[in-house]
Every structure is written in C-alpha cells, then in structure tokens.
Design a protein around this ligand. Structure first.
Ligand SMILES: [Zn+2]
Length: 357
C-alpha cells in the first residue's frame, strides 16, 4: 500500500448515510437525503473519485469496500422510501374515508333537532284510529286513475257538469282511456266493490285515506294537493239512519263529546240522497262566531246513500245490498281542530309552524 494514500473511513460514511436515511420522515425528505448520500456530490462519490490516484492494489481493496457500502446505503434508502410511501398512503386513505356514523343524529356533539310526523300525517293516523275503533278496515288505492274509476263508475259520465268542480291534471288524454291524478279517494270505493264482487267478500266496512289532486289555486282553504278520508259501508239493510249515526259517533269520538253533527241536503252524482255534514263550531262551541258566520256549525264533508247507478257499474245487486259513503278533507280537519287560519302553512315547511304540533 502506498504510504501517502489516506484510505477514507468507509464504515463511517455508511453509518452517516444510514443515520440520515433513518431520520427522514417524509417521502419528500427521503428524496433529498437520497441525493445527498448517493448523488454526484455525496461522500461516497468523492471517495470513488479518489480511486483514480491510488495504486492498483489499494484501488482494488477500496473499490470493493465502496461498492459494498453503496449497496448497503441504497438498500437502506429503498426500504425507508417504501416505508414512508406506505405510511403516507395509509394516512391519506384514513383522512379521505367517509365516516357515515358521523351523521347519525345524537352522535355528533352539538344541537341537532329531531323531526316528527307532519300534522297532516298525525291527523290521518288519529282519524284511522277512530274509524278502526268503530269497526272499519283501512284501504288504499292508486293516485293515478283512469277516467272510469275517477268519474265514469261514480255516475259522472263524460260532459257531466259535475266534472267541472273536479277538474284535474290529465296525464294522458284519449285512447284506450284517459289517465289522470285522482280528484277524490272515491275511486278506491270502486276498486273495493269490484274486488268484493270478484271474491264474494261482501259486505264492506272500510275507510280510505289518501292524497288527492285538483286544479285549484292554493288559498287559505284550498290546496292543489290535499288529503281526504272516505268511508264506505255496503251491507244488507243499511239505511240513512246508519249513516247519520256513524257520522255522529265519529264526530264525538274525534272532536270530543260536546261536538255534534248535523246533515243538510246536498247533491253528489254518486250518492242518492246526498247530504253535507256539519259539526259544531269548535271555536264558539255552537254559540255563533265570525268563523262559523254566526251559525254555530262548520261544514266538514259530504255523504249519502250509494247511488244504485254506482252499484250497477260494479255489478252489485241494489235490491239485495244498500250502503252509504262519506268523505272529508284531512287537511281541513287538521285546520279546524287546530284553528289554523291559512291551510298553506301545512305545506310551507316553516319549522316555527310545524314544531307546534
Ligand atoms: Zn263559531
């Protein structure tokens, strides 16, 4: 060995490089550490350059040590680079994961209001409860109806003037038959009677709640989309007295024992005779006030004995069976019971109004 040659401390270079590698904490850092310990200006590169001035024997020994050192440093670099890359990926995935449990009401710190059923739904439910308690079943039907179910079968043929008061939204006009948004829950009566005739399951005692549509401009007492509940009884020996008794029993059960009902003659194409039914004004308790125009009564709905023409359209023998039907607005009922001045409040979604109920 040439005595002038100073052999670099390869072990120290390796230790220094691997320490720097171990201390890197991000992939960004490991990239600059990599350049510093293996690049052109690194101590290892400097030492390699010195090989040129060495005699062949020293060059061989040092060259081999430097080669091994470079291998060790590069392996450490690669392993640390993988480690950091994996850690960063895992952190990124954890941060971007959507934690659905975060949105469960009550699991998030801070105030989160709980909703409740709309007043219309609450009213429908309590009306159903009263009628179920009186022995009625609850039935439902489609909101899109054919002309026949909404009008024809209910004794309202085409061009009948009564169609004017039930003008609605037509989805399809003409052949094979017009379809429309139902204007009342009465088509469900037709479906029920057809089914009962088909299956031989008469008599019928049912109420039919549901959403209805009319081409009304919304005002304090009308909505274009509203809710109705309708009742139908078909049995042997049913009389007008059964109808009046049912209306009175319902009125007292729902509004309270001091609220009564009365019937006044009216006309509907699907009942004969027909009546409008009124209940005691809940505001003045029958004394007479502005809301009831000093009469002490408020109109709630319509009713009557099922018209034999309706029985004929579903194939029920009107000599053997008789029946009555009644119907009224659920929204109107909620409006009366809670003395809501403007019915539009029911659909405006103002929580200050809704949370009162
Ligand atoms: Zn009154």
């Amino acid at each position: 060995m040439n005595p002038d040659t100073v052999m670099p401390d390869v072990e120290a270079l390796v230790t220094e490089a691997t320490n720097a590698i171990a201390e890197a904490t991000t992939t960004e850092e490991i990239r600059s550490v990599g350049a510093a310990v293996t690049g052109k200006k690194s101590p290892l590169a400097e030492a390699s350059r010195a090989l040129g001035q060495m005699d062949p024997e020293d060059r061989k020994v040092l060259g081999q040590r430097l080669g091994e050192a470079r291998g060790v440093v590069e392996a450490a670099l690669e392993s640390r680079r993988d480690e950091l890359r994996y850690a960063e990926l895992a952190a990124e995935m954890a941060a971007s994961r959507l934690d659905l449990t975060e949105y469960v009401p009550g699991s998030v710190p801070g105030p989160m209001a709980r909703g409740h059923l709309s007043l219309v739904t609450q009213t429908r439910d309590s009306l159903e409860d009263v009628f179920v308690g009186m022995g009625f079943e609850v039935a439902e039907g489609p909101e899109i109806e054919t002309d026949w179910y909404n009008f024809g079968a209910l004794n309202i043929p085409p061009a009948h003037p009564a169609r004017g008061m039930w003008d609605t939204f037509y989805l399809h006009l003409g052949e094979p038959e017009s379809t429309l948004l139902r204007t009342h829950t009465s088509p469900v009566q037709i479906h029920l009677m057809e089914q009962a005739v088909l299956n031989g399951t008469l008599p019928i005692h049912a109420v039919m709640p549901g959403r209805c549509y009319r081409r009304d401009t919304p005002d304090a007492r009308h909505l274009a989309v509203f809710h109705q509940i309708e009742g139908l009884v078909v049995d042997r020996g049913i009389t007008f007295a059964d109808l009046a008794g049912t209306i009175e029993t319902f009125t007292r059960a729902y509004f309270g024992p001091d609220i009564h009902s009365r019937l006044r003659p009216a006309f509907f194409p699907f009942t004969e005779p027909s009546a409008e039914f009124e209940v005691t004004c809940a505001i003045c308790r029958g004394e007479g006030c502005r809301t009831c125009s000093q009469t002490g009564w408020i109109e709630l709905g319509g009713c009557g004995m099922v018209d034999p023409a309706v029985f004929a359209s579903v194939g029920i023998d009107a000599d053997e069976w008789t029946g009555f039907a009644f119907g009224f607005g659920i929204d109107r009922c909620a409006q009366m019971r809670h003395q809501i001045a403007d019915m539009r409040a029911l659909i405006e979604n103002d929580v200050r109004f809704l949370r009162q109920f």
